[in-house]
Design a binder for this molecule. Structure first.
Ligand code: DGJ
Length: 730
């Protein structure tokens, strides 16, 4: 035994001292600044040998050792680009299958790869793998967005075995990152307290982020994270990978610090209760995992994702958005035509583009007068709206604004005509008591008839009301008692639910390509880039308290751009209307208040704020975000949006602490300006009659000065929120 260990120790030393000779095939997936390099090793396995900064000379990737190994890899698979289970692998697999003959193992050997430009600045690399013993193939896809430094990665699985193959785990991505230490920032929450960050140092073994909620899958934990290498994540320095899975259902993201202290990352659909029976010749395509690598901190990582999302993912990501007045908190379920037409006029007076009618407008046999009834019966409630939606659309248009509605088409109330007619469309177990989340159940979107129904509801309303200008699509319940009465494969439910949802959204988008659609899930229960393929914007949280919102928006901003973040001014919280308005401006602004309750000054302020917003919104929506002072660790928050041309910027600062003399005691150095340009700074969004100490000073500053010395926005207990407009002076 002693000899065995001695042999092992010598063997390991030897392996460290002499890196294994590189294989012949090297696949470099590169963007402008980053590279993911896959090497086919001697055994023909695809392995990840580099993930980080791009080398100037790609030939030098050949000099990389077999991945900085600090010891012996007993399998030569720790750094597999797609780890197969059941053969020689000892760690977490990316793929686990039972073949048609019952064999529970797989092996994946490199066959070939191809690289092509699929759009301007977008290069797709496909790596073809095959099991030597079975007609079983996996393709790995890597879409590299050159200018944005984002890589979108997914896989597909296909076979021609004699019978069905059981897919037990089928990840989208399998990466390998060597560093000294790993710091993971993940986010957790619940209703009205979404996106609380937690940074931990990863220790040997596994850390898993996941969801098993089915729908509203991100309620406790979203599929987005920041991974910082060597030291904790910082805003503008250090190596950071920002990653997120584009999937609106159960997911699993695993971080495994392996026996060599390298990090293995496996991300994909959660295999929990989701064994997938793959028939011969059918292809299973996994959702995309998106990531960006930055060696200048979290700031650059999030700017990369924002640019990518606006350009390539979110519908009209570089286009316009509508300001709106929502009636949810103003009326809840208690409204009628008269009340609503008054609200249209209020919306117009305020100066918004659209009125959004929320929950409660539908169902007759079981009227939707509270949240216990009516979901599924999408006909106008005759008592509240005797003249139907068409009348409201016209009345709103007469008042000079557009009209939109709330829908929750994936759900059903136990008390509804839909449930009575189609009990088999509802997700529930025949021999278990029904269990409700917000008094409702989930429709089985894995059933094509349900998909047709949901599509028909939305299409029907839009066909009848062609000028309807907006839909807020809500999803308030998780899946309990997961079972489909109609799906021949019960374990496909979780996966085919999301696929069914995407099919419906795909059809709707094909017919209504420019319709603004808000992604809402009882607050931010579903915020991911799978859904944001279809939705123009998302509702981050029902918590609209101005102070709370700074934190919530701050944390979403690591992954999602301002143009997609709906921020409404409501009566939540103790902050004055100016504070709440300033916070809402850092995204897509809306209102959910009783306009007639605003006093004269507040109304005048809000009307002016909407005009200011319309002047500066493009900088906020399309500019680069620099998070200057974090509210997580300071008594202040400060965020700057800079236009791409660096000719304009909008700077928001808030007091978040309430101790004596807290606030901006010193100048705050800015970021992202052009050092050679000259800028003027003007305070905007002040209350009528308030004099700004900033505007008394007419000085002009160079970008160099503002980024080196900085500027004091004068935030203190009397000025708890300050918005400064920075403009280039010629
Ligand atoms: C939850 C949403 O987050 C709210 O904004 C509102 O639309 C309610 N649902 C309506 O039921």
């Amino acid at each position: 035994m002693r000899n065995f260990f001695l042999f092992l120790a010598l063997f390991s030393l030897n392996a460290v001292a002499r890196p294994t000779a590189p294989g012949n095939t090297q696949i470099a997936i590169e963007t402008q600044r980053t590279a993911l390099v896959i090497r086919v090793n001697k055994e023909g396995d695809p392995t990840v040998v580099h993930l980080g900064k791009r080398l100037q000379n790609s030939a030098e990737y050949g000099l990389l050792s077999d991945n900085n190994k600090r010891g012996e890899d007993y399998t030569n698979l720790y750094n597999s680009a797609y780890t197969p289970a059941g053969s020689r692998n000892l760690l977490e697999p990316a793929l686990q299958v039972a073949h048609a003959d019952g064999n529970p193992s797989s092996d994946l050997k490199y066959v070939r790869h191809e690289t092509k430009t699929v759009a301007d600045g977008v290069v797709l690399t496909t790596v073809f793998l095959k099991d030597p013993q079975y007609p079983f193939e996996v393709k790995l896809f890597y879409k590299a967005y050159q200018n944005e430094d984002v890589i979108e990665q997914w896989s597909s699985i296909r076979h021609t075995e004699k019978k069905t193959v059981r897919l037990q785990k089928y990840a989208s991505a399998n990466l390998y990152v060597p560093a000294k230490n790993y710091y993971l920032t993940h986010f957790h929450g619940d209703w009205a307290r979404e996106m609380n960050p937690q940074e931990i140092q990863l220790t040997a073994g596994l850390k898993v982020l996941d969801s098993k909620l089915g729908t509203r899958a991100d309620l406790f934990q979203p599929p987005s994270f920041l991974l910082s290498l060597n030291k904790p994540a910082e805003e503008e320095t250090g190596e950071v990978i920002a990653g997120t899975l584009a999937w609106s259902g159960n997911y699993q993201i695993q971080f495994e610090v392996d026996p060599l202290q390298n990090l293995r990352l496996i991300a994909g659909i959660n295999p929990y209760a989701s064994e997938y029976m793959l028939a011969p010749d059918k292809e299973f395509v996994t959702p995309a995992f998106l990531f960006t690598y930055s060696n200048s901190g979290k700031g650059q990582a999030s700017r990369n994702l924002h640019r990518w999302a606006r350009k390539f993912r979110i519908p009209q990501g570089e286009g316009n958005r509508l300001t709106l007045l929502n009636n949810w908190e103003a009326t809840y379920f208690d409204f009628n035509e008269e009340k609503l037409t008054t609200l249209f006029k209020d919306g117009k007076k305020l100066g918004v583009d659209l009125f959004l009618l929320d929950d409660g407008w539908f169902a007759n046999k079981y009227p939707r007068n509270d949240d216990h009834t009516g979901l599924g019966d999408w006909q106008e409630n005759k008592q509240k709206l005797p003249h139907g939606l068409g009348y409201l659309v016209k009345e709103a248009e007469k008042a000079g604004i557009k009209f939109g509605i709330w829908l929750e088409p994936e759900m059903v109330s136990p008390k509804s005509e839909l449930y009575e007619k189609h009990p088999d469309w509802v997700i529930k177990l025949p021999n278990r008591a029904e269990y409700y989340f917000r008094n409702q159940l989930v429709l089985d979107l894995s059933n094509p008839k349900v998909q047709e129904f949901v599509y028909g509801v939305v299409d029907g309303i839009l066909t009848k009301n062609p000028t309807l200008g907006y839909i807020k699509w809500d999803c308030n319940a998780v899946i309990y008692n997961a079972f489909s009465a109609t799906n021949p494969n019960p374990t496909h439910l979780y996966v085919e639910y999301v696929q069914g949802l995407y099919k419906v959204l795909e059809r709707l988008r094909a017919k209504y390509p420019t319709l603004p659609l808000m992604l809402c899930s009882g607050g931010g229960g579903r915020v991911d880039y799978g859904a944001l393929n279809y939705f123009t914007e998302f509702w981050p949280s029902d918590n609209t308290d101005g102070l709370e919102r700074i934190f919530i928006q701050w944390n979403y901003s690591y992954f999602f751009p301002a143009i997609a973040m709906c921020n409404h001014i409501t009566d939540w919280g103790k902050q004055p209307i100016k504070f709440r308005t300033d916070v809402a401006m850092m995204g897509k602004l809306g209102y959910d208040i009783v306009v007639s309750k605003l006093d004269e000054k507040e109304l005048a302020f809000s009307q002016q704020a909407l005009q200011t917003y319309s002047r500066v919104k493009d900088v906020i929506w399309q500019g680069d975000l620099f998070r200057l002072i974090s509210p997580q660790t300071n008594d202040m928050a400060s965020l700057l949006y800079v236009s791409e041309k660096q000719d304009k910027a909008v700077w928001f600062s808030y007091l978040v602490g309430n101790r004596y003399r807290e606030g901006s005691m010193a100048p705050i150095p800015l970021k992202g300006l052009n050092p050679g340009k000259k800028y003027k700074i003007q305070e905007v969004n002040t209350m009528p009659g308030d004099n700004s100490p900033i505007n008394r000073n007419q000085a002009v500053y160079s970008g160099d000065y503002l980024m080196t010395v900085g500027f004091n926005p004068v935030v203190d207990a009397r000025r708890t929120s300050v918005v400064l407009e920075i403009s280039e002076q010629n």
